[in-house]
Design a protein around this ligand. Structure first.
Ligand code: FAD
Length: 461
């Protein structure tokens, strides 16, 4: 999922091929055309043996893809559903916050993909390199053409670390980590352990990201770690965020402002990380309100949340995406706006909610009903309310369980004030949620807490 920045804007309209688009911009039209011809010839020569057809193709075997494949392969039967997913390992990414804080290991957070994808679905262990929605097919990087009757796109988000100047090199040096990648998450805890004195800086980029709480959760964990280890008086802790608020939902933001005040944490709003200078251990931030202004901070520790986008193969497919590069689906039904046989789930979609695995759980039931309806020739009628959740871990034993809908209205499961820091919510996050993910969500059983919430509130919410 790590990727280089896109640097071009060529968008073949009918068929969306990343390789072709890159070459058009880099080496010129003639070179690209000749290679395109070679590609087409190669594809044609192998097409008779390499074409496959499925009733449903799921692109991406992460949280959303795996759950979708589990649901529909059990409904449609063996051999009817394919999942296209190149990764060997499936990670429970929400655990990486705890890995960065030394509470869990990276190994605890992953399982082989072969163990989590449903047995009744065919796993095509390849990367999708182009979509052809007008002709109901996708191409994989080994030249296979996979035809479908229905398509679910669940490609997640791409981490664009290299959009920050000097950052790839900085990851090679001590003190720089990122909970967002299995490559760098262990460096976060190393940085905490090796911290001596100076600035500990936590960043939030100027793009939508997955789990918008994670960039600050690790700051609260660091604060408690430094206190427990006698280093807090030597640490100046800063949250430099591109946002103009500490958190998007007022009810939880108010409590978080109290937490940062009480723990002497500095929040710098509208600060966007643009460069890291590992030799001088400096991080450069742009003032988003005065873009000509840049401010340099020295760091002893730097935790970077990278800019993110949908994977290039998707954002370069003009037929499928909105202006911002997200799979263009209807907000309520999750059906594509132009292709009724295409649905989306999870982080790569245009659904205007906070991107989390909890949101995926809230979407799975809607997708089950709506895609099922379309397969049966009916109109999709189930409506997604934008349910999402962010367990805002605020240390080694406390958590605020934020849950809310499209409009930022709290949609809390328990009949207590969830904006309060609580030990019970911390254990829910640390000890209970991983099983809900592995056993419930990925097997297609967990569709979010809607019915539990209703029961807990005596049917009133
Ligand atoms: P993913 O699970 O990321 O899956 C996308 C899949 O697509 C991947 O398996 C990838 O290999 C595959 N793929 C990519 N490109 C291609 C291609 N070209 N062809 C085929 N396959 C491809 N969520 C919560 O609910 N609570 C939390 O507390 C929480 N904390 C988080 C903390 C961190 C540090 C991180 C990183 C995430 C956190 N999340 C949390 C967010 C959660 O993990 C994601 O929102 C969730 O995984 C999204 O599911 P998805 O299926 O959309 O994408």
């Amino acid at each position: 999922m790590l990727a280089d920045p896109r640097g071009q804007s060529v968008r073949p309209s009918r068929r969306c091929n990343t390789t072709i688009a890159r070459m058009l911009s880099r080496s010129g039209v003639i070179a690209a055309r000749s290679i395109w011809l070679v590609q087409q010839k190669a594809a044609l020569s192998t097409s008779s043996v390499r074409n496959k057809s499925y009733e449903l193709v799921v692109v991406g075997g992460g949280a959303g893809g795996c759950a979708t494949a589990a649901k529909f392969s059990s409904k449609l039967g063996k051999g009817k559903v394919a999942v296209i997913e190149p990764a060997d390992m499936h990670y429970y990414q929400p655990m990486w916050t705890l890995v960065g804080g030394g509470m869990k290991t990276l190994e605890n957070s992953g399982k082989p993909m072969s163990k989590v994808l449903p047995k009744k679905a065919d796993w095509i262990k390849q990367r999708v390199v182009s979509f052809d929605p007008a002709n109901n097919k996708v191409m994989t990087d080994d030249g296979q053409e996979i035809n479908y009757q229905y398509l679910v796109v669940a490609l997640g988000l791409q981490l664009n670390y290299s959009k920050i100047k000097g950052l790839p090199e900085a990851f090679e040096t001590p003190g720089v980590g990122s909970n967002y990648s299995p490559l760098y998450v262990n460096k976060t805890f190393e940085s905490l352990k090796n911290f001596k004195q100076g600035n500990a800086i936590f960043t939030f980029p100027a793009t939508p990201i997955k789990c918008a709480g994670a960039p600050q959760k690790i700051m609260y964990i660091a604060d408690e770690y430094f206190r427990k280890n006698g280093k807090r008086d030597k640490a100046n802790i800063l949250f430099n965020t591109s946002l103009g608020v500490i958190f998007g939902v007022k009810k939880y933001a108010e409590v978080l402002w109290e937490v940062v005040k009480e723990r002497d944490l500095t929040v710098n709003l509208r600060h966007n990380l643009v460069e890291v200078k590992p030799d001088s251990r400096e991080a450069v931030f742009q003032n988003l309100d005065k873009p000509e202004e840049f401010k340099t901070f020295e760091y002893e520790m730097l935790h970077v949340t990278p800019p993110m986008s949908t994977p290039d193969v998707l954002n370069q497919c003009a037929a499928l995406v909105d202006g911002a590069g997200y799979l263009n689906v209807k907000k309520e039904t999750m059906q594509h706006v132009d292709f009724p046989n295409v649905f989306g789930i999870g982080d790569c979609t245009s659904l205007p909610t906070s991107k989390t695995a909890a949101a995926v759980a809230g979407q799975v039931g809607v997708l089950r009903k709506n895609l099922g309806a379309v397969m049966a020739g009916k109109t999709p009628e189930s409506l997604y309310d934008g349910y999402t959740s962010c367990p805002l871990v605020t240390g080694y034993s406390k958590c605020i369980l934020a849950e809310f809908d499209y409009d930022g209205n709290p949609l809390e499961t328990f009949p207590i004030n969830q904006a309060k820091e609580r030990r019970t919510m911390f254990h829910l996050k640390k000890d209970f949620m991983p099983d809900m993910y592995w056993l419930g969500l990925l097997n297609g059983y967990w569709e979010g807490p809607k019915y539990m919430r209703k029961a807990m509130h005596l049917g009133l919410k």
